[in-house]
Design a protein around this ligand. Structure first.
Ligand code: AHM
Ligand code: MG
Length: 339
């Protein structure tokens, strides 16, 4: 590790310089996004203090209308990104349709897809939550309004993706297709500083992460995998598996990226296509995990990044993590082995 202090801005500019034909447009877009996540960070860390949680449109003690934190985050990102001239449209997990760039602003060459606050059921408990983003180059004519076609692109076409995790410290993890980099926010100077250079996921680790409350709703194959990891010492393994489950995907996958293991959100009899969203959750996290040397599939050998989306809020089953763990899960889900 060098002793250089590398801000995220410097990192992005240097990366952009290294790529041919870069105009600076992309780094300016990311700069706007950094401002939005810093504002969200500021509100998240004050969440318990300013009573902004709970019912929407409640009045706080100053008589101001207060917003739920996930709606606040959604508005902040939209307002930080609507006027820069870099985007042709946006789409958010919080909104049903595409978000148009207001008429008065120029339309750019990118589209932004985001989940403003993932893991929102954890907000009231002061447990880690995060913001996830995905950027595609538009496929429709330049300078016009973006359309749903710009949003419905397979994940392998993303030009950048990232997430911020609001935890004991706030971190931003990011890829533009040339490795994965982690930056930690130094709140005293308000800058994200490079703290995790070129993150590589371990090949394997004995950690699985899943909402096991859904066990009875899973397929017999999925149940067999879980039965297998719960054996005293699973066959071929040196030690028992541990379960870690936060219930914020962004935090569960972040831990998986750093420590190894597997995160699963399979389909079940109730959620036949799984719970998590392809465009706002699965694609950006899969791009990051693959860039770090991991795998992200639907458990049946299909790479999530190759799915051709057909609707904005499409859901998908997820098996994401260390390559060897994903392989283990797949061998059960594909019916190739039993306990
Ligand atoms: P959200 O976007 O409404 O927060 O929902 C997504 C979250 C994920 O962060 C997490 O993995 C999952 O829902 C938790 O689901 P469950 O309650 O079934 O464990
Ligand atoms: Mg979410």
């Amino acid at each position: 590790m060098s002793n250089k202090v590398i801000t995220i801005e410097r990192h992005i500019i240097e990366e952009e310089r290294a790529s041919q034909g870069a105009t600076g447009d992309f780094s300016a877009l990311l700069r706007d996004l950094m401002l939005a996540v810093k504002i969200i960070h500021r509100e998240v860390i004050r969440a318990g203090l300013v009573d902004i949680l709970g019912a929407t449109h409640r009045e706080n003690i100053q008589g101001e209308v207060v917003q739920k934190l996930d709606e606040f985050a959604n508005d902040v990102i939209f307002r930080a990104m609507d006027h820069g001239g870099h985007l042709c449209a946006m789409a958010s997990e919080e909104n049903e349709g595409l978000l148009a760039i207001p008429e008065e602003y120029p339309k750019g060459k990118y589209i932004l897809l985001f989940d403003p606050l993932d893991g929102s059921s954890n907000i009231d408990a002061n447990v880690s939550i995060g913001t996830i983003f995905s950027i595609h180059r538009r496929v429709t004519a330049e300078e016009t309004d973006g359309t749903v076609e710009d949003a419905l692109q397979p994940g392998y076409k993303q030009i950048a993706a990232g997430y911020t995790i609001y935890g004991p410290s706030t971190m931003l993890v990011y890829t533009a297709g040339r490795g994965v980099y982690g930056f930690t926010l130094d709140p005293s100077v308000g800058e994200f500083l490079l703290s995790h250079d070129n993150i590589r996921i371990p090949e394997h680790n004995g950690i699985y992460s899943v909402n096991e409350g859904n066990y009875m709703k899973w397929s017999p194959e999925m149940r067999k995998y879980i039965d297998w990891v719960k054996q005293d010492i699973p066959e071929e393994q040196k030690k028992s598996y541990s379960l870690r489950y936060i219930g914020s995907m962004v935090a569960d996958i972040h831990r998986t990226l750093l420590y190894g293991g597997v995160f699963l959100y399979p389909a079940d009899v109730k959620s036949k296509k799984g719970k998590l969203r392809l465009l706002y959750e699965a694609n950006p996290m899969s791009f990051i995990v693959e860039q770090a040397g991991g795998r992200a599939t639907d458990g049946l050998g299909n790479r999530l990044l190759e799915i051709m989306p057909t609707e904005l809020h499409q859901r998908v089953p997820l098996v994401v993590g260390s390559p060897k763990n994903v392989e283990e899960v797949e061998s059960f889900l594909q019916g190739k082995r039993a306990v």
